[in-house]
Write a protein of this length. Structure first.
Length: 512
């Protein structure tokens, strides 16, 4: 859709999981909604499943550069398309634990309590799972939080190689469970259970990403418009600084202003922070939402993540779809350490070319041999909010990610312990790769919500404290990163915020 002069009830920046869920829910209220997306629709093509195109040529990754704390430029693993980063996610849609909503002590410090409890949040998880089409089995996860009923769809099941590992783990007293996952695998579904899901886009549309499950259905209502290749530059406010009146955007080299009544930033935790910082004016010299707290951009988190290959030198792993199993025995205080270590889940089956993209000095033929014989895991530990880990803008407008990892002792212990478990199962060769600052798929925390405007950017409904009509509904709101994939929680919070807007804002305006 071309640039529009129409006045909208709601203007949403970003067409990922947060913006998509918000548009999906607000369309049901009859509101006129505009979504602004800087990217395009990701084409469904052969290269979607090409290791060379995705991992070596980085065909779909943004070409822009950010800078790290030292000023060194890097190319972030982020994707600008309808559906956002979810186009390349592994489709894990996991609820945070009840304990994650409370103060939770870690070896490296305390993950702070949320302004809402898990019990308040749980109904929105129910709806988020339904929207995303999550597969899973209730009652398997040993630390599963309370839920009102079964998953929308049954677990996808394990292939024989993974089932054998699950059985061996149970024999060691562990409690593996079916990873909740959002793919179109039910009867009549499009999923063929291929090896190119985790880390790839789906050329069949069988991965339940934000485009497929959220944005597409919202557009079909006829109440939601979407403009592409349009970069949001800054929000504009009225003279009081309390109300956003429009958003300045750039499309085809031209700058224009789009007007609306309500504005929602859902551009991702890094880009939402950058957008609000760029929107500074005389009433908000530190950026929108930053006047009361100086918290905007601070407390950036992205998880401590390690990919692991456990290799059996004499036995090939014939699995195709590997991402079906997870282990939470070490997520909270456990028998290994009296503090949380993290979550372990199957990683999409690694292929040799995927590995040489990040370790080019190892011959591809050797990595192919390893990949044929490996079981692959994703180990994820919580990193903790630190006000000095923050998103800022350099004088030339470039995004700077000032980040130093923390809570690393717990993560190292998780990697060490799981390496030992894998060796005990007959996999003597363990290869690991810790993710660095370029891996920004789990970015969160730059505009956290809370109950005190002095310590948070957003209120408990994700409205900016300092403005009357500006909300943020991507992972910026997260006060803690937890040790799980954030997608489902972003969707749930967007549903919760949309309910608040529909009930207390749009309805109130109609009455007035």
């Amino acid at each position: 859709m071309e640039m529009t002069a129409r006045h909208y009830d709601v203007v949403i920046v970003g067409a990922g999981v947060g913006g998509g869920a918000m548009a999906n829910r607000l369309a049901a209220t009859g509101a006129r909604v505009l979504m602004i997306e800087r990217g395009i629709y990701l084409p469904r093509e052969a290269d979607n499943w090409s290791v060379k195109a995705v991992f070596h040529d980085k065909k779909y990754t943004t070409a822009e550069t950010w800078r790290d704390r030292s000023g060194k430029a890097f190319n972030p693993s982020t994707f600008y398309y309808v559906g956002g980063n979810s186009k390349f996610f592994g489709a894990a849609t996991v609820r945070f634990r009840k304990e994650d909503f409370e103060d939770l002590e870690h070896e490296g410090g305390t993950a702070p309590a949320w302004p809402v409890s898990y019990d308040e949040f749980a109904p929105y998880y129910d709806e988020a799972e339904r929207l995303m089409g999550t597969h899973g089995t209730a009652g398997e996860d040993p630390i599963e939080p309370p839920r009102s009923g079964p998953f929308p769809h049954p677990a996808i099941g394990h292939e024989p190689e993974i089932q054998a590992i699950a059985d061996k783990l149970r024999g060691k007293g562990l409690r593996p469970f079916s990873l909740p996952i959002a793919i179109d695998r039910h009867e009549g579904g499009a999923c063929i259970r291929c090896a190119t899901c985790d880390g790839f886009a789906c050329k069949l549309g069988a991965k339940n990403d934000a485009e497929v499950r959220l944005v597409g259905p919202a557009l079909k209502t006829g109440l939601v418009d979407l403009i592409l290749e349009t970069k949001a530059l800054r929000f504009l406010t009225d003279a009081t600084g309390r109300k956003v009146t429009g958003i300045e955007v750039e499309q085809d080299g031209q700058r224009r202003t789009i007007h609306g009544d309500l504005f929602i930033s859902a551009a991702g935790a890094i880009n939402s922070a950058a957008l609000l910082l760029r929107s500074a004016n005389d009433k908000h010299p530190g950026g929108l939402g930053n006047t009361s707290s100086d918290q905007l951009g601070r407390n950036y988190m992205a998880h401590n993540n390690t990919a692991m290959m456990a290799v059996h030198p004499f036995r090939k792993n014939g699995v195709t779809f590997q991402k079906s199993l997870a282990i939470n025995d070490f997520y909270l205080a456990n028998d290994v350490q009296p503090y949380p270590l993290g979550n372990i889940q199957g990683l999409g089956k690694l292929q040799g070319g995927m590995l040489t993209a990040s370790v080019p000095f190892i011959p591809e033929w050797l990595m192919d041999r390893f990949a044929e014989r490996s079981v692959d895991w994703w180990l994820m530990s919580e990193d903790l909010p630190d006000p000095d880990n923050r998103i800022t803008l350099d004088s030339d407008g470039t995004i700077r990610v000032n980040y130093t990892a923390n809570n690393l002792k717990a993560h190292r212990e998780l990697v060490k312990h799981w390496s030992g478990v894998m060796r005990s199962l007959g996999y003597p060769i363990i290869l690991t790769q810790k993710m660095d600052i370029t891996v920004s798929m789990h970015q969160c925390g730059t505009a956290r919500f809370g109950t005190d405007p002095a310590t948070s950017v957003l209120d408990a409904n994700c409205k900016a404290w300092d403005l009357d009509n500006l909300y943020v509904v991507d992972a910026s709101f997260l006060p803690s990163s937890t040790g799980f994939n954030p997608s489902l929680t972003i969707v749930a919070q967007a549903i919760r915020t949309a309910e608040h807007i529909a009930t207390h804002v749009l309805r109130a305006e109609k009455v007035a």
